[in-house]
Design a protein around this ligand. Structure first.
Ligand SMILES: CC/C=C\C/C=C/C(=O)SCCNC(=O)CCNC(=O)[C@H](O)C(C)(C)COP(=O)(O)OP(=O)(O)OC[C@H]1O[C@@H](n2cnc3c(N)ncnc32)[C@H](O)[C@@H]1OP(=O)(O)O
Length: 726
C-alpha cells in the first residue's frame, strides 16, 4: 500500500509501502492513485512528495504480477500521467533504489532528489521486458538518446552521482532526502511546471541520429545473443525519436505485450526468483539457512596461486577481506604475486570508473608467503592447488595441525570427494568444497559442496562468503563432479560421439551456440585445455599406461567410449594453449578459432579405421542428444538428493556454464519442451545407442511423465510419492 500524510503544512507525502523493496503491487498502485487524487482534491495541499518506506523508493513492478492472470490490470502508465499532469508540484525523494516502474514513477514527477547512496535504473530488460510505463518515452526526453539507450538496453544500476551528471536527478543530498524533498516542494509552490513535464519535451536531437541508431542497433544485437528484450527496448527508444509522445507510448505498449507473452520473459523471471530461492538452502538431513548462522570471516588464506587461486585472492580483496596468498616456493610465489597484482590493478581501474577504490597495497589487506605458520590466525582457508587427491590430503592434514580450531577449511575442487579430504583433518565438520569457476574473479557461480560431516554453520559461512564476494552460492551434495560437471559429462560425451558418427566440431558448436550457449563444447574444450580432462581420464584408468592391455579402443567397462580427445592430446593438441585442438588458432595462446582441415581428415580416417558408417546428423539430433542427456542426468541428481530443487541446477548452469539465461536453465527448458517429449526422444536415442547409459532416461523423469507432467514447482513433491505406474 502507500501511506498518505502531511510532511509540512502544505505538502502531502505519499510513502510507497510494500516490504522488503516496496514493489508496486496492484494494492500499492491503487493506494498511490488514491493518494494523488486525495492531494489533488484537498485545497490545503499545494505540493506533493513521493517517497518509499524504509529508505527504499521502489524496486518497480511486483515481478510476480507478470505471470499472474491479473497482469492486464497493472496500469502504471496512466498513474504516472496523473502525476505528471498534476497542477501541484510533485517531487520524488529517491532513497536506496528506484528501479523499473519505481524510476518511471519518479520520471513522472516534476523534480527528483536522490540520496547520494541511491541507485537508479530500468532493469526490465534483465527480466525479458522493457520499461512499459512510458519510461522508454520519458527517459530519452530527459537525458538524451545515447544515455537512455545505455541505461534501458543494459538494465544497469546508475549511482546517484552519475545520475546527477546525466540530468536524471535534479539534486543529490547526503542528508534526509524526504525532508529535502519536502523543502523543495514547498519552494516550488505556485511556480510554473510546464517545462518539467517530460512528455511535453522534445527528444534532444543528435546531428547524426540515423547513423547513431544503426550503429547502436548492431551493438545491442551483438550483446543480446538471441535474447529478444534488448532489441525491443531499442525499438521503443527509436520510436521516441520518430513519434509524438502519445504514439510512442502506444508503440511501447505494443512491444511490451510482445515481450510479456514471450517465453523469454517467463524464463528470465524464473531465473530471477531461482537465484533468490537458492539462497534459502536446505540439506536432506534437515539443516537449513533458517537455523544456521554464518561465522564472521575477518581474515582468509588461499593456498596455490595458479589460475584459480589468483582469481580467488582477487575476489577476496574486492570483498574487503584481508587475505594471505601461499605458494610452495619463492619462485611460484613471485609469479603468483605478480599475476594477482596485475589482476587487482585492472580491477581497480574498472572500479575507479564507478568512483570506487580498491585498497590492495596495504600488507594488512594482502600478504604473500611460503610459510604455513602465517595461517595460524586466519578464519578460513581456501585450498586451490591442482586436482590431485594425495596433494590435497597432505595440505589439509597440515592445515588441520596449524590453523586455529575454529578455522574453516575449504577446497576448490571440481570433482574430488569432499569426505575423503575431510577425513585427514581433525575437524571434518568445518571442511567444505568451494568450487569456483574460471576466471574466479569474474564468474558469479560458487558451487558449495557439503560432505557427510559438514556442519550447518560451515555451510552458512560459505554461503555468506559467496554473498560478500558478490557471487551466487549454490549448496549441493557430494558426488563425482558435483552438479555442474556431472551434468556436463553426458553433454560433452554426446558431442564427441556425434563427431564419431559424422559431425564436425564446428557443426556441433554452431548448433549449441545458436541455441544460446556463449561457447560450444569444442570451443570450450579448446579454451579450458584438453589436457585437463586427459589427466583426469588417466587418473581414472580410462586411458594411458594404466589401461589394461587388450581393452577395446571404443569401449570401457562394457560401455561406449570415444578415445578421440585422448588421441588429440597424444598429438600435443591441447587447444588454444598449443594453437591446435578441435580447431586451429593463429598461434599458441591464440583465441580465434578456425575449422581445421587436419581435424576433418583425422576424423574421416578414424571412422574408416573403426568402420563407423558416416551419416548426416541434423541440428535437431545434435541439440537433443547433447541437451537431453544433460537434463536426464539433472533428474538423477534431483532424485539422489544432491540438489534440493531444479532451480539449483538452473542457477548453476546459467552462472557457471554459459547456459542462455533467456532459456531459464536446463530444467526450466525441459519443462518448456515438455517432459513427455524429452522422455520419448531419450527413449529413441537410447534404443539407437544401447551401449550409452547416459541416453537412458532417468527413472525420476519417467516417474514425472507417468504422473502427468506436473509443473516444475511441483517436481520435488513427487520424489517420495509411491507410483504404481512405473
Ligand atoms: C504495464 C507496465 C508495467 C510496469 C512496468 C514496470 C516494470 C517493472 O518495474 S519490472 C521490475 C523491475 N525491477 C527489477 O527488476 C528489480 C528487481 N530487484 C532487484 O534487482 C533486487 O531485488 C534489488 C536491487 C531491488 C534488491 O536487491 P537485494 O537487496 O540483494 O535483495 P533481493 O534481491 O534478495 O530482494 C529482496 C526480496 O525482494 C524480492 N523482490 C525484489 N524486487 C522485486 C520485485 N520487483 N518484485 C517482486 N519481488 C521483488 C526478492 O525476490 C526478494 O524476495 P525474497 O526475500 O522472498 O527472496
Amino acid at each position: 500500500m502507500a501511506q498518505y500524510a502531511r510532511g509540512a503544512a502544505a505538502v502531502a507525502v505519499i510513502r510507497l509501502r510494500n516490504p522488503p523493496v516496496n514493489a508496486l503491487s496492484l494494492t500499492v498502485l491503487q493506494a498511490l492513485e488514491d493518494g494523488l487524487k486525495r492531494a489533488d482534491a484537498d485545497p490545503s495541499v499545494k505540493a506533493v512528495t513521493i517517497c518509499g518506506e524504509n529508505g527504499k523508493f521502489s524496486a518497480g513492478a511486483d515481478i510476480r504480477v507478470f505471470s499472474s492472470p491479473k497482469k492486464q490490470g497493472l496500469g502504471l502508465g496512466p498513474i504516472i500521467s496523473l502525476i505528471e499532469r498534476s497542477e501541484k508540484p510533485v517531487v520524488a525523494a529517491i532513497e536506496g533504489i528506484a528501479l523499473g516502474g519505481g524510476l518511471e514513477v519518479a520520471l513522472g514527477c516534476h523534480y527528483r532528489i536522490a540520496h547520494v547512496q541511491a541507485r537508479m535504473g530500468l532493469p526490465e530488460v534483465t527480466i525479458g521486458l522493457l520499461p512499459g510505463a512510458e519510461g522508454t518515452q520519458r527517459l530519452p526526453r530527459l537525458i538524451g538518446i545515447p544515455a537512455a539507450l545505455d541505461i534501458i538496453t543494459t538494465g544497469r544500476h546508475v549511482p546517484a552521482t552519475e545520475a546527477l551528471k546525466l540530468g536524471l536527478v535534479d539534486e543529490v543530498v547526503e542528508e534526509n532526502t524526504v525532508e529535502a524533498a519536502i523543502r523543495l516542494a514547498t519552494k516550488l509552490i505556485g511556480q510554473p511546471l510546464g517545462h518539467r513535464r517530460l512528455s511535453l519535451r522534445p527528444v534532444p536531437r543528435l546531428p547524426n541520429m540515423e547513423a547513431f541508431l544503426s550503429d547502436a542497433l548492431m551493438k545491442v544485437k551483438k550483446r543480446a545473443q538471441g535474447c529478444l528484450a534488448p532489441e525491443l527496448c531499442f525499438q521503443a527508444i527509436k520510436a521516441a525519436t520518430e513519434l509524438p509522445f502519445a504514439d510512442g507510448v502506444r508503440k511501447e505498449r505494443e512491444l511490451f505485450n510482445i515481450l510479456l507473452t514471450s517465453g523469454q520473459a517467463k524464463a528470465l523471471q524464473y531465473a530471477f526468483f531461482a537465484e533468490r530461492a537458492v539462497e534459502k538452502w536446505t540439506t536432506p538431513n534437515g539443516a537449513s539457512w533458517k537455523s544456521a548462522s554464518p561465522q564472521p570471516i575477518r581474515k582468509a588464506a588461499v593456498i596455490g596461486l595458479g589460475t584459480m587461486g589468483r582469481g580467488i585472492v582477487t575476489s577476496l580483496v574486492k570483498a574487503k577481506i584481508p587475505v594471505v596468498g601461499l605458494e610452495q616456493d619463492l619462485e611460484y610465489l613471485n609469479t603468483g604475486r605478480k599475476a594477482v597484482m596485475l589482476l587487482l590493478e585492472r580491477e581497480a581501474m574498472k572500479m575507479e570508473q564507478g568512483a570506487q577504490t580498491l585498497d590492495f597495497h596495504n600488507p594488512a589487506r594482502l600478504q604473500f608467503t611460503v610459510d604455513f605458520d602465517v595461517l595460524r590466525d586466519v578464519d578460513l582457508v581456501i585450498e586451490a592447488v591442482f586436482e590431485n587427491m594425495a596433494l590435497k590430503k597432505e595440505i589439509f592434514n597440515k592445515l588441520s595441525r596449524i590453523c586455529k580450531p575454529e578455522a574453516f577449511l575449504c577446497t576448490n575442487t571440481s570433482a574430488l570427494n569432499i569426505d575423503e579430504i575431510a577425513s585427514v583433518t581433525n575437524r571434518p565438520q568445518q571442511v567444505i568444497g568451494t568450487h569456483f569457476f574460471s576466471p574466479a574473479h569474474v564468474m558469479r557461480l560458487l558451487e558449495i559442496i557439503y560432505g557427510r560431516h559438514t556442519s550447518p554453520t560451515t555451510i552458512a559461512t560459505a554461503m555468506q562468503l559467496a554473498k560478500v564476494m558478490k557471487k551466487v552460492g549454490v549448496v549441493v551434495g557430494n558426488c563425482f563432479g558435483f552438479v555442474g560437471n556431472r551434468m556436463m559429462f553426458p553433454y560433452t560425451q554426446q558431442a564427441v560421439f556425434l563427431l564419431e558418427e559424422g559431425s564436425r566440431p564446428e557443426d556441433v558448436d554452431r548448433v549449441l551456440e545458436d541455441f544460446g550457449f556463449k561457447i560450444g563444447p569444442f570451443r570450450m574444450s579448446d579454451l579450458a585445455g584438453l589436457d585437463v580432462g586427459w589427466r583426469s581420464r588417466k587418473d581414472q584408468g580410462l586411458t594411458g599406461p594404466s589401461l589394461a592391455p587388450g581393452t577395446p579402443a571404443r569401449q570401457r567397462r562394457g560401455y561406449r567410449y570415444s578415445p578421440l580427445p585422448d588421441l588429440l592430446c597424444e598429438k600435443g593438441r591441447f587447444g588454444q594453449k598449443t594453437g591446435k585442438g578441435w580447431y586451429q588458432y593463429e598461434k599458441a595462446g591464440g583465441r580465434i578459432s578456425k575449422p581445421d582441415p587436419w581435424i576433418h581428415s583425422f576424423l574421416s580416417e578414424y571412422r574408416d579405421t573403426h568402420q563407423i558408417k558416416t551419416r548426416f546428423i541434423d541440428q535437431e539430433e545434435i541439440l537433443e542428444r547433447c541437451l537431453f542427456a544433460l537434463i536426464s542426468e539433472g533428474f538423477d541428481i534431483l532424485a539422489e538428493g544432491i540438489a534440493s530443487g531444479p532451480e539449483h541446477l538452473d542457477v548453476i548452469y546459467i552462472n557457471g556454464y554459459g547456459w542462455p539465461k533467456h532459456r531459464g536453465g536446463p530444467m526450466f527448458y525441459a519443462s518448456t519442451v515438455g517432459l513427455p517429449n524429452i522422455l520419448a526422444k531419450l527413449q529413441k536415442y537410447s534404443e539407437m545407442h544401447p551401449d550409452v547409459p547416459q541416453l537412458r532416461p532417468s527413472a525420476f523423469l519417467k516417474k514425472l511423465v507417468a504422473m502427468g507432467n506436473p509443473p516444475l514447482n511441483d517436481w520435488m513433491s513427487y520424489l517420495h510419492r509411491q507410483s504404481n505406474k512405473l
